[in-house]
Design a protein around this ligand. Structure first.
Ligand code: NAD
Length: 484
């Protein structure tokens, strides 16, 4: 798409080099090529360009033009879907089957939904005439773009994460600087290239910077020219982002980590539920914030559930992400593999037993791989059972009925997602009691353009996608005009 070196997008120009860093194929460990490594001065120019485009061009006040640009971007991404698919598989290690959904095709399609939403959105509400404190006034509430957005994303679903910020921010009339993850610069740069070459998005409305150094993100958070931070990443980094934003009291919108529970009630089809749980836990090598990584099963069927789950995990195994049948590909990097392996050692120290997995898969000597792993025998409060691992590692715990399952599921600092399997009425009742932003009941899929996604507790603040996700990028202005 861009030869061996990917560019930044700053003020409408593609900027190549001179600083560079490598990007890898996690399935092989081979270098794919290089990305431009943004210097602090590049970030500074990007923020200045976004500020100028917001303050001094008609972008923020022309919804119809914005809708047209969003549709152009949607069309450009659709035209290049096959190139983007191969790029995403190569750089993110995303299994091919996922690129037909949340890794690529779904977030591209979601842009069309957000363009439609912006086209029909009621930007003003007439509240009519009233006489507060005896002064007759005509009152209106106006929704306006929040301003310059600093968007910071991780690597696990690069297009979904980048587009779920970019689409609504642009639809709202904001301008933005997107600081992409160091592990997936090419996915972000592909967007830069298509915006530059195939849309009428004016210079400075979208700026995209890639870099090896996390400090770029920190600078973006602290910059007083940025009005809103839209961050997705770990809860630890989210805390840093929030405190950096406090200096200039920016709006912050945080999508953070999780350790979500998969609850199997005693009247569920145990084999089917365990199959679902195993599949969910190893998809994309467990590198999904909303993946259910704690499996809660009835105590008297604990051993049976562990065997059923482990059997499916073994069957799924690991595979080349280019193969359509692969569910569990590589983890993103040597650093991520080391992190997961440290948790596997911890699991053993904490008294856990590997029902299956527990190390690197045999025969995969290149790239970064972890076997699908099921850990039994842990205490619910152990670190392995409570901390986010971000690998294909599932912890199985027993529960003593619906109330106990709800208590265990909610006994977490996180509150991102969850799943419940059981007879419909009971499963629905349990779903209502989970303190999480999304819940799947009996295999339902909550991911859609019109469904809000986000976390309770330390899994985040605010919602992405849906109308709620769009409105994160708006301010509210109340105007009252005196009537004589
Ligand atoms: P991370 O927090 O290490 O990094 C995320 C992004 O933040 C990267 O672009 C990184 O360069 C940047 N960053 C790092 N330090 C920063 C700082 N001090 N200030 C500003 N930016 C900084 O996360 P990761 O390891 O890349 O991604 C995995 C994490 O992301 C997991 O915790 C996962 O649950 C979470 N995640 C959440 C969602 C969600 O929607 N809730 C979605 C995907 C991933």
């Amino acid at each position: 798409m861009f030869g061996d070196l990917s560019p930044l997008l700053i003020g409408g120009e593609l900027v190549y080099g001179p600083r560079r860093f490598g990007t890898l194929d996690p399935a092989t460990g081979d270098t794919l090529g290089e990305a431009t490594d943004a210097a602090p001065a590049d970030l500074d120019h990007a923020i200045a360009a976004a500020r100028h485009a917001f303050d001094s061009t008609p972008w923020a006040t022309d919804p119809a033009f914005r809708v047209r640009c969003l549709r152009q971007l949607h069309d450009a991404l659709t035209r290049h879907a096959e190139e983007l698919r191969e790029l995403t598989i190569a750089e993110a290690g995303a299994p091919r089957f996922l690129t037909h959904g949340a890794q690529l095709d779904a977030p591209v399609a979601d842009l069309a939904w957000i363009a439609d939403l912006a086209e029909d959105y009621l930007w003003e509400h007439d509240l009519g005439r009233a006489a507060p404190m005896g002064v007759t006034s005509e009152r209106r509430v106006v929704r306006e773009p929040a301003g310059v957005v600093g968007a910071i994303t991780p690597w696990n679903f690069p297009h979904q994460l980048n587009l779920a910020k970019l689409g609504p921010a642009l639809a709202a009339g904001c301008t933005l600087v997107l600081k992409a993850a160091p592990d997936t610069p090419w996915c972000a740069a592909a967007l830069a290239l298509l915006i530059r070459e195939e849309t009428d998005l004016p210079p400075g409305v979208v700026n995209i910077v890639t870099g090896a150094d996390h400090a770029l993100g920190a600078r973006l958070c602290a910059d007083p020219r940025v009005d809103l931070l839209s961050f997705t990443g770990s809860t630890a980094t989210g805390r840093t982002v929030m405190s950096a934003a406090a200096g200039t009291v920016k709006k912050v919108f945080l999508e953070l980590g999780g350790k979500s529970a998969f609850v199997v009630l005693d009247d569920a089809d145990l084999a089917a539920a365990c199959g679902y749980a195993a599949f969910a836990a190893v998809t994309h090598a467990g590198q999904g914030c909303a993946i259910t990584t704690r499996l809660l099963v009835p105590r008297d069927r604990y051993a049976e559930a562990a065997d059923l789950t482990a059997a499916t995990m073994r069957k799924l195994g690991t595979g080349d992400p280019r193969d359509e049948r692969t569910v569990c590909g590589p983890v993103i990097s040597a650093r991520q593999r080391d992190r997961v392996e440290a948790y596997l050692r911890l699991a053993a120290e904490e008294g856990g037993e590997f029902v299956t997995g527990g190390g690197r898969p045999e025969g995969r000597d290149r790239g970064f791989w972890i076997e699908p792993t099921l850990v039994a025998g842990l205490a619910p409060g152990s670190r392995t059972a409570t901390e986010e691992i971000f690998g294909p590692v599932l912890v199985i715990l027993p529960h003593d009925g619906d109330d106990d399952a709800v208590r265990l599921a909610n006994d977490s600092p996180y509150g991102l997602s969850g799943a419940v399997h059981g007879s419909p009425e009971r499963a629905r009742a349990v779903a209502r009691r989970l303190r999480t932003g999304t819940v799947s009941v009996n295999g339902g899929i909550w991911y859609s353009a019109d469904m809000p996604f986000g976390g309770y507790k330390q899994s985040g603040i605010g919602r992405e996608m849906g109308v709620a996700g769009f409105e994160e990028y708006l301010e509210t202005k109340a105007i009252a005009e005196g009537v004589r």
